[in-house]
Design a protein around this ligand. Structure first.
Ligand SMILES: *Cc1c(COP(=O)(O)O)cnc(C)c1O
Length: 410
């Protein structure tokens, strides 16, 4: 008899975006004339940088000729891309990796979700709360979390609350864990950890033999000098941290698909016989067994952002979203709301007025202002009482939405 992986049944229904869609559709049906502005999406809206388009057109043409046609490429990524990444994002800061310490993929969702496979099935995890749901859900599927309790927490997971009270910088947990997920800049709070905060975590990880799984999908949005764009700026991080990066929010690749993971050879875990084994070796085995490489055409498009013109275009694209974020942040502050994030990230995280439950605030915005956002409770129990707006929309829509906020009564 075939059985199922019962761990899947422990997952609560992924109802967040489905429920948002349902409520918006119902409202629109009752009010067909309503001009609804969506600031809830976590997807980019502006076209790919021209350099990427040109590079991909050229790569398509190469595929049309026998002499330049490409079949399977190296699973870990073409060297034209890995070398460009290492040179521009790391060596330029004095951080050096071999090309066998980077793995190109089809995006960070897969990598942050799959990485747990190379850890022991009884390893303990810690996640910040609220956070991107992928880290937790993939560990639930793998049976590492225990069951869901009434308070919305899984029994076997260490949650690190991130609220306005601690300035969204989690405190060190009382107990040790094996795997620690950090997302910086954070989705959904839009906040970051300073160099000093990150140093504290790296030191703690070293002392506790913990691996930090560092998701830096929004690194390109960092504007403040005190916020490291890579965890490897912190001394000792090469021994304890795995870093995930993506072209999705950096260069609009959400539909084009390309990301990468850095696994330094110094990051090791204990084997059953007591020896230390580099996670790099395990991930390489996994990647070459379960993945057959990111499309050549896409990798050419990604590599194009590292030309001088490419860097200029990416800066412009990120700048567009950051300007939206500034407009939202300042407009909401002027309307009397308490807002966070939006300086080093495309997310604005606001405190709901009078501790209104986040789904009630969702309904209020939808019906009174015709604006769609995302209830904080969808990102973890500590997200209750908060609300996420994104700056990935059009400039005009963003401005119109902010103007409507000035009329919000609370
Ligand atoms: C968008 C996002 C990613 C990137 O996902 P891709 O699969 O590369 O598109 C990773 N982590 C977080 C927190 C994100 O919000």
């Amino acid at each position: 008899m075939a059985t199922i992986n019962d761990n899947y049944l422990k997952l609560p229904g992924s109802y967040l975006f489905a429920e948002i869609g349902r409520r918006v559709a119902a409202y629109k049906e009752a009010h067909p004339e309503a001009d609804v502005i969506r600031l809830g999406i976590g997807d980019v809206t502006q076209p790919l940088p021209a350099v990427c388009i040109e590079a991909m057109h050229q790569a398509v043409d190469e595929m049309a000729h026998k002499e330049t046609f490409r079949g399977y490429g190296p699973e870990q990524g073409y060297s034209f891309l890995t070398e460009a990444i290492l040179k521009n994002n790391y060596a330029s800061k004095g951080i050096h990796f071999g090309t066998d310490e980077i793995f190109v993929s089809d995006g960070s969702k897969s990598d942050t979700g799959n990485i747990q496979e190379i850890f022991g099935s009884a390893d303990k995890i810690a996640i910040t709360d609220p956070v991107y749901p992928v880290y937790l859900d993939t560990n639930v599927m793998a049976g590492r979390t225990g069951t869901l309790q009434k308070d919305g927490h899984f029994a076997g997971v260490t949650y690190l609350p991130c609220t306005a009270e601690n300035n969204f910088a989690p405190e060190l947990p009382a107990e040790r864990v094996d795997m620690l997920y950090l997302c910086c800049p954070n989705n959904p709070t839009g906040t970051t950890l300073s160099r000093e905060e990150l140093t504290k975590w790296v030191n703690w990880a070293k002392a506790n033999d913990t691996v930090i799984l560092f998701d830096a999908a929004y690194a390109a949005y960092i504007t403040e000098p005190d916020v490291p764009t890579t965890i490897y700026e912190i001394p000792g991080a090469k021994d304890v941290a795995i870093e995930f990066r993506s072209f999705s929010k950096t260069a609009g690749f959400t539909g084009t698909r390309c990301g990468y993971t850095i696994i330094p050879k110094g990051v090791t875990g204990r084997a059953a016989d007591g020896s230390r084994v580099p996670y790099n070796q395990l991930w390489n085995r996994r990647h070459t067994t379960k993945f057959n490489g990111t499309a050549y055409i896409v990798q050419r498009g990604a590599a194009a952002i590292y030309t001088e013109e490419g860097q200029k275009q990416v800066k412009e694209l990120v700048g567009y979203y950051l300007e939206n974020a500034r407009i939202i942040r300042e407009g909401l502050t002027a309307a009397g709301l308490e807002v966070y994030g939006g300086i080093n990230a495309p997310y604005i995280w606001l405190k709901t007025p009078h501790d209104m439950p986040s789904w009630d605030f969702f309904d209020k915005l939808l019906t009174e202002l015709n604006i769609v956002g995302t209830p904080g409770a969808g990102f973890g129990p500590c997200g209750e009482g908060y609300f996420r707006l994104t700056s990935f929309g059009d400039r005009e829509d963003t401005k119109r939405a902010v103007a409507r906020f000035q009329k919000l009564k609370f």
